[in-house]
Design a binder for this molecule. Sequence first.
Ligand SMILES: [Zn+2]
Length: 169
Amino acid sequence: MNEPHVVTCPSCGQKTRVRAAAEGVPHCPKCGRPLPWLAEAGAADFGAVAENSPIPVLIDFWAPWCAPCRIVAPAVERLSQERAGELKVVKVNTDQAPALQERFGIRGIPTLVLMEGSRERDRVTGALNLNALRQWVEQRVPARPQTHQSVDSTRQAPRGSEALRPPYF
Ligand SMILES: [Zn+2]
């Protein structure tokens, strides 16, 4: 479960192995930018992967049979890219981690829990789309302007215009 993931740098395309648990935010060895940090955790490594994270963590409690979870999955993955260096995304399969499900009192999935250190900041249950999830996180963990690379927020289409809508939905 703690196998390093190969991550492609969104800025320069460099492929890098990123570990699920680390003391520092992973950075691209070629261009130096922070890399998206998307990890999986179970009961055994939750402390190392989530609670000891150097940056805030968005935990995605999901299960393979859960249809709304498939709406959330690409949104949290996208957020891990947009908020690289500021937000870590940790996916917890509740089928494989009933102890974590019980500890967090998860009654329905998908449930997203925002944590800083071992402290829960907030949670939301249900299928949020990317825009709703982005706003929800932004209100709790504001983006640092100098590192926020979101293409969508810098190319806002005027109200009523469909032309520059992101193609995710
Ligand atoms: Zn790079």
